[in-house]
Ligand binder design. Sequence first.
Ligand code: ZN
Ligand code: ZN
Length: 232
Amino acid sequence: MYWAERWDPREGELKLLAIPRVDPSMQEGGGAEIMFEANPAVKDDILRGNLESAQAILRQLLKSDRIDPAYAAVGCQVSFLPLFPAAVRTMSKIDLNNAVRIWNESVNGYVNSKVDSRTREDIENAAKVGPTGGPLYRRCEAEGCPKIEGRNDVKLSRCAGCSKAVYCSSPCQRLSWKSHKSACKTGEVKVQLLPSQVEYIAEMKKSMIDKLTTLNLPAERIQALVNGFFDG
Ligand SMILES: [Zn+2]
Ligand SMILES: [Zn+2]
């Protein structure tokens, strides 16, 4: 175990965390954390994400049709950064429950405002967030399966191997095994995300890579650092 500063996307600040496993960038004799230690002003400037820039990214994604309008509207309304699994992992249970409640109430407000002609169910499926920071209404992960958890009595079961992938039935799990197998065995399975979260995270990563590139760090170290923040 070692101690490292990790960016907390929700709070928009660096937090000192106990890291239970060895960070690849530390193995090479000092990673970006050490660079930042020598340049605290640069670190503050670069890593301190804030609500304004997150909301600017949501608006930009909305303009280019890459994000659900309900998700974007809610993200621009609440006073905290959009939730996603890596972002909520460091939150206390109380903070997380509050944030999830406020987020989903804001989705209800969006539905009731009637600015969107889709059904309540469609909007909730696209924008509501559950206790893991991923979708409240998860999809069966078999390709092409339209089943959604909690809709029409659909229940999803977790893959016994990784406990992360979820399926509506054994046929769906069998259908997916070929493509799921290798990630399941290496432990690289990601918790399900809303499509809007996938786009938001991709854009946040890009903007952070742009900023870190000005530090002249090796590209692979930047990549490891950014992946650590957003996927860790
Ligand atoms: Zn699995
Ligand atoms: Zn299915």
